[in-house]
Ligand binder design. Structure first.
Ligand code: URC
Length: 384
């Protein structure tokens, strides 16, 4: 049996690993010559780490995961700590740690784990054709690949999604712009072993420790969509949006490199239930594109891959296995997208009264409520 994997991002490489564990041959195709993720880093929460372990890629987490042991919220303006606590009770309870990782590092190590020479780059899919016997991928360079099934991990702007759903979906603007990148970890910005978030005015500034004494940082500002983007004014823009914010925030802006800082208008896609048509399955962002607000985009793709592998462990009948994959995944994936959307709205001042109430809550928080929310998200995954 041979699978065509469309996309060599997190979802595609996780799917290839999962199918290989079931003895299924995979040909992997990637649209671009060189993958350049739009996010500098990504949170792999404990559910994602469990998936990576299950898929034989736990070593990547060991190597890339940052020392995120504590969590804190601080008032953006005054810098005052609103809540600060150890994540140990959560880690002990769910049985695995969270691993914020560099996106480029993760991407590269996942491709290496599969075999870099076994990924065909510069292969952009244009069209899918299915017959009783199999499925064909037609690429824009005029070439065609044939397989028994197709896993379309071709991202939030998936081409294959239109084929599976029979219609195109619009992405929904989530209402905020996110600037993200990596800087040298600096204790004057935040403790080196802590996920620290400064909040105020519906904005947020956050740093997460990743490997090699670096911070993943992101700045979120609620803004209209389609504003001009200009690297030359990036620092001044941030200085403007965060005028009067506490010293660590100013230090972070001073420290960042505008050349390697990404500016993303955050979108998601309204959840849908159909991930599969015949021999073709959507996986990862193509099936459920989320805002990053609960750090579950990558994890959800990894979960898809694990469940896909489990489905083929149960049956080698392609259509039955893909149907089982869909029925086990669509509710969970939808939950995560909607949970992220809800958090997004509270965090980013969709209704400032609600956001203010959240700030007030944070000042009373001992960690239990936040960890209960994180736990619920984590244990809802396929590996518990
Ligand atoms: N939570 C995360 C977030 N990661 O775990 C992450 C967030 N990355 O709210 N936002 C973001 O950009």
């Amino acid at each position: 049996m041979k699978a065509l994997i469309i996309g060599a991002g997190i979802g595609g490489m996780a799917a290839a690993a999962a199918l290989r564990q079931q003895g299924i041959e995979c040909d992997v195709f990637e649209a671009v010559k060189e993958i350049k993720p739009v996010g500098a880093a990504i949170s792999v929460w404990s559910n994602g780490v469990k998936c990576m372990n299950h898929l034989g890629m736990g070593h990547i987490m060991d190597e890339l995961g940052g020392p995120m042991r504590n969590m804190a919220y601080q008032d953006g303006k005054t810098g005052q700590v609103m809540t600060q606590f150890s994540l140990k009770p959560l880690i002990d309870e769910v049985g695995e740690r969270p691993c914020p990782v560099s996106r480029a590092g993760l991407q590269s190590m996942m491709v290496d784990s599969w075999g870099r020479d076994s990924v065909q780059f510069d292969k952009r899919i244009e069209r899918v054709e299915e017959t009783e016997q199999g499925v064909s991928a037609y690429f824009t360079d005029g070439t065609v690949a044939h397989g028994d099934l197709m896993i379309a991990a071709d991202g939030a702007r998936s081409v294959v999604r239109g084929y599976v759903l029979g219609m195109e979906l619009e992405r929904r603007y989530a209402g905020y712009v996110n600037w993200n990148g990596l800087v040298a970890a600096d204790a004057l910005i935040a403790p080196l072993d802590q996920w620290t978030t400064f909040v105020g005015e519906g904005k947020r500034v956050s740093v997460m420790p990743i490997s090699d004494q670096r911070f993943y940082f992101f700045f979120d500002v609620p803004l209209p969509v389609g504003l001009e983007e200009n690297r030359a004014t990036l620092k001044d823009d941030l200085k403007g949006y965060f005028a009067g914010w506490a010293d660590p925030v100013q230090k972070l802006i001073d420290a960042l490199d505008p050349e390697t800082t990404n500016r993303i208008e955050i979108h998601d896609v309204e959840p849908f239930d159909t991930f599969v048509k015949g021999r073709v399955a959507l996986l990862g962002d193509s099936a459920h594109s989320t805002t990053p607000d609960i750090g579950q985009g990558g994890c959800s793709a990894m979960e898809d891959a694990v469940v896909l592998g489990m489905a083929f462990a149960d049956t080698q009948d392609i259509e039955s296995a893909l149907q089982a994959y869909q029925s086990k995944r669509h509710e969970r994936a939808k939950d995560l997208v909607l949970k992220a959307r809800k958090r997004c709205d509270v965090t980013h001042g969709k209704n400032m009264k609600v956001t203010q109430a959240w700030y007030d809550e944070l000042k009373q928080e001992q960690g239990d409520n936040i960890m209960a929310g994180l736990k619920e998200t984590i244990i809802g995954g396929p590996l518990g």
